[in-house]
Design a protein around this ligand. Structure first.
Ligand SMILES: Nc1nc2c(ncn2[C@@H]2O[C@H](COP(=O)(O)OP(=O)(O)OP(=O)(O)O)[C@@H](O)[C@H]2O)c(=O)[nH]1
Length: 906
């Protein structure tokens, strides 16, 4: 910035010369003509003044913050190493030069220089005065001396004249003239007063001052330019960001006041101020704060009115308008949950419910309709969602990720009667197809294994039996594709063979029959085929559609043929599954092992399961820590139809539970919680459902169009009669479907089948054995016993026409087992018994059961304990009894019952 004329300056800034002249005057500088010089310093003063007057004071301090996050592995005091998140925060503060400050400094410096100059001038004046006085004194002395000399030498040339005249005229005109002359003579020699060294020093000082001035000016200019550039840059950024933005009416606490560097700097300054206010520090006094707030307002207003001035007040402004929420309501919701979704206090909701005539506590669950009314009443918008939404969403997310659909191996379950060779068959297949020649040949029991055959891979669930099959089915998991029914060729169709057929049919699973033990001389396959036809299982050879293989699990004969049949059946079924994407499948088995925690066998049905995946199985979720195959080998992934054993779940999910691989832990927890609640509710629901009257009620409501029945009778004759009568009961609206029927006591398997098929269990002159009773108790299932055919038929008929109102029902009060039989002259046969259940009453009706079949109904003649007649005997006690008109045998059971009145439940 060199010195320039007013005209040059005007040209440079693009203004008229008169405007620049005016500005110079406004800046307090002396008036100038257009060709007058404006010095460098004056120009700086002018710029500072203009900046101030145009309000270009920008933020002096700008803070830059940066944050980097990394992970470091550290070893704790316990010696375990773990990952620790390390966050490094950096902050840099840039200080911009303050033009005011610069101007002030400049002024101070100028003043200091002026003062120094004035001081120097004064000093020089004083020096000159002192010197003059000394010279005068010297001259006077000289004159005096000359005068004294002149008196002795009268004529003494020119000089003498002068000297004489000086002396003569001393104190008069002549003296003044001399003085004047002297002065004239002295004046030209005055500069000689400054010595050479002094002069040199002065020049050097001036030079140095000039140099410093230049450096200072240069630095100031550079700083000013830099600051201006940065400010412009910021302004541009902010202008770009906010040009299209509507002015914001309200300021929310969580919104930043501005963005970018300026925003950060502002926020930081506010934060600092908040801290200072809190501390009550004097660094920012009330006035300072007011000034600062004003500044902030000004800054914000200058930046295009981005924010309301309220922003600087640093307090949360309650929104003026009420916020309306879209409130999601599932089929059931707790009051507390509902309140939370509307962002109101639970108390407000209970109050409103009370007004609506509903008494509910915060923890109570209310239905969707009521919740929806509450939401509307509170001015929000109810959004009704399905109860399973959270599950469905998760399932959808998993399905979305599935791709690359390919043929998958079939999953096979082996069923059959006891000792017909299920385990032997599974072992033989594994032995011939898995163990041979493979590393780590020791097979582990993980509930399933897969084998390679000429027709591809086949997976066997190696938990033979109905229980496992039904358990899975009752949880809705259709894990099995094909059922292989093992029937021993030397034994033929047995009760469990029939049950297995019923199970497979109820599940709609194709059946392949393996006629086993063909190596035995007593093998009679034709007899087996014949018997199977009574259950409508007809071999392809006999014109039916059930594939059959004759095998020996002992020798291995026919096993390849059986595998071939399985392969063919699978091909027919065109089993497919996506290979890629998140895995889903079913829990086959789960157990708790010491030191390993929950050990869970899974069968992958879709996608690929990988180590490290987050698995949600039933109501539990966890990361797959380790994964092994059926040979105990560690594996990293498993595709469709492959069974694996995993570690990592916190608890054991139930067999038959479905599992999913999820990516979002929060979602997993949500679904797990939801399932836990649902399981609790379903348990209650099941307990009601399994009751005959409820079953019929639901049927009346159109929920059930089939009435499933599992029927057991004492003899084949009564079974056939009942089946015929029940078949005739079917109408167009309601079909009676006997899922399973047979002769003999009600077994555990009957209960499981009834449970999984939602069937009612009816016993005609038969009872449930103890295992079945336990199972029914656990599932809270109702087993109905009848001893008159018309009683059973009437109940079913009445129920179907919606008139079932069983006001009277039999209740078994106690059971005693006959351990010994004595002959008594008085009572005939007397029985020594043990009460195994409930209480035996002397005066209540009884039945005698032999092999769980009713053989006599009547009354007790006597009931004694230690020779004393008693009215009742409780569980665990021995007693002696005699049945009126019937001789009991060892092993019989005496069942005491009564007819109870039940109010019909709706
Ligand atoms: N001769 C002969 N014996 C067999 C054959 N298959 C099985 N067995 C024998 O039959 C008996 C019962 O076989 P398992 O395999 O235990 O029968 P299961 O159906 O699994 O029996 P449960 O587990 O009790 O239901 C065993 O002694 C076997 O050795 C066969 O093909 N031939």
């Amino acid at each position: 910035m060199a010195d320039k004329t007013v005209k040059e300056l005007a040209e440079m800034v693009g203004k008229t010369a008169s405007a620049v002249q005016q500005q110079l005057q406004d800046a307090g500088l002396p008036a100038r003509a257009t060709d007058d010089i404006v010095t460098e310093r004056e120009q700086e003063k002018l710029v500072a003044y203009l900046k101030q007057s145009h309000g270009q004071q920008e933020k002096r301090r700008i803070s830059l913050k940066s944050k980097t996050t990394s992970t470091a592995r550290v070893t704790g005091s316990s010696g375990k190493s773990k990952n620790v998140n390390v966050e490094v925060r950096k902050k840099k503060v840039f200080e911009k030069p303050d033009p005011e400050k610069i101007a002030a400094e400049l002024a101070a410096r100028e003043q200091a220089m002026a003062e120094a100059q004035a001081r120097a001038a004064k000093e020089a004046e004083e020096k000159a005065a002192a010197k003059k006085e000394a010279e005068e004194r010297q001259a006077a002395t000289l004159a005096a001396m000359r005068a004294s000399l002149g008196s002795s030498k009268k004529s003494d040339g020119k000089n003498d004249d002068i000297s004489a005249s000086v002396v003569v005229k001393k104190g008069g005109k002549a003296a003044a003239e001399i003085k004047e002359k002297e002065k004239k003579k002295v004046a030209p020699t005055q500069p000689k007063v400054e010595t050479a060294a002094e002069r040199k020093a002065r020049i050097a000082r001036e030079k140095e001052e000039e140099r410093l001035r230049q450096i200072e000016a240069e630095t100031r200019r550079a700083q000013a330019e830099e600051a201006q550039k940065r400010t412009l840059e910021q302004m541009r950024k902010m202008a770009g960001k906010y040009t299209d933005r509507e002015p914001v009416a309200e300021v929310r606490k969580d919104e930043p006041l501005a963005e970018g560097l300026v925003g950060d700097a502002l926020e930081e300054s506010f934060e600092k101020e908040r801290r200072e206010i809190k501390r009550g520090s004097g660094s920012t006094g009330a006035r300072g704060r007011r000034r600062k707030n004003q500044d902030e307002r000004e800054i914000r207003n200058r930046k295009g009115g981005l924010r309301s001035t309220q922003a600087s007040q640093h307090k949360f402004e309650k929104p003026v308008e009420k916020i309306f929420h879209d409130v999601e309501i599932s089929e059931q919701i707790t009051v507390a949950d509902l309140a939370q979704r509307m962002a109101v206090k639970a108390r407000e909701v209970t109050k409103l419910l009370m007004k609506m005539g509903e008494m509910a506590r915060e923890s109570d669950t209310i239905d969707q309709a009521t919740a929806s009314l509450v939401v509307e009443e509170m001015g929000h918008n109810p959004v009704l969602v399905s109860d399973t939404k959270v599950e469905d969403d998760l399932q959808d997310a998993v399905d979305e990720r599935s791709s690359n659909v390919q043929t998958r191996p079939p999953v096979v379950t082996i069923m059959g009667h006891v000792d017909h060779g299920k385990t032997s068959l599974l072992d033989k297949i594994r032995e011939t197809k898995v163990a041979t020649g493979e590393a780590g040949g020791i097979t582990q029991h993980i509930g399933a294994y897969h084998v390679e055959t000429d027709r591809g891979v086949i997976t066997f669930l190696d938990t033979p039996g109905h229980a496992a099959f039904s358990a899975m089915r009752s949880r809705g998991a259709q894990a099995t594709d094909i059922v292989v029914l093992v029937v021993a060729a030397d034994d033929g169709m047995m009760p469990q063979t029939e049950e297995a057929i019923d199970h497979a049919r109820a599940a709609g699973t194709p059946l392949i029959v393996a006629i086993n033990k063909m190596d035995k001389p007593s093998a009679d396959p034709d007899r087996v085929l014949n018997e199977l036809t009574t259950k409508e299982v007809v071999s392809e050879d006999w014109g039916g559609d059930t594939p059959m293989a004759r095998i020996s699990a002992k020798t291995g004969d026919g096993i390849d043929e059986l595998l071939e049949l399985i392969g063919l059946q699978a091909e027919l079924m065109e089993l497919e599954a996506p290979l890629d994407g998140a895995a889903q499948g079913v829990v086959i088995e789960s157990k708790l092992e010491k030191g390993r925690g929950a050990v869970v066998s899974l069968l992958v049905k879709k996608g690929t399961l990988k180590q490290g995946d987050l698995v949600l199985a039933g109501e539990h979720y966890g990361k797959v820590r380790a994964m092994t195959d059926e040979r105990g080998q560690r594996i990293k992934s498993a595709g469709p139809s492959i069974p694996v054993e995993i570690l990592g779940l916190p608890e054991t999910p139930a067999a038959g539970s479905e599992f999913l691989v999820v990516t979002d832990e929060k979602k997993a927890r949500e679904v797990a919680d939801f399932r836990t609640n649902r399981e609790r509710e379903q348990q209650l629901e099941r307990q009601n459902k399994m009751r005959l009257e409820n079953m019929f009620e639901q049927m009346g409501q159109g929920d059930v169009s089939f009435l499933n029945i599992v029927l057991k009778t004492d003899v084949r004759g009564s079974l056939e009669a009942l089946l015929a009568a029940l078949n005739e009961l079917s109408t167009d609206e309601v079909k009676v479907r006997v899922i399973s029927s047979g002769v003999g006591p009600i077994s555990e398997s009957d209960v499981t089948l009834a449970e999984s098929s939602e069937a009612v269990l009816l016993g005609f002159n038969v009872r449930a054995d103890s295992a079945a009773r336990r199972k029914a108790d656990t599932a809270d299932m109702d087993i109905r016993y009848y001893s008159v055919i018309y009683g059973l038929i009437d109940d079913v008929k009445a129920a179907m026409s919606g008139m079932l109102a069983p006001e009277h029902r039999e209740k078994i009060l106690g059971i005693a087992e006959v351990r010994e039989v004595f002959r008594s002259s008085k009572f005939g046969a007397a029985a020594g018994c043990m009460v195994v259940e409930g209480t035996i009453y002397r005066n209540k009706p009884i039945r005698v059961l032999r092999d769980d079949k009713v053989i006599f109904t009547g009354q007790l003649q006597s009931l004694r304990r230690y020779k004393e007649d008693v009215n009742e005997v409780r569980t665990g006690m021995e007693c002696g009894l005699a049945v009126r008109g019937y001789d009991v045998e060892v092993g019989d059971k005496i069942e005491v019952f009564e007819i109870q009145e039940f109010a019909r439940t709706i």
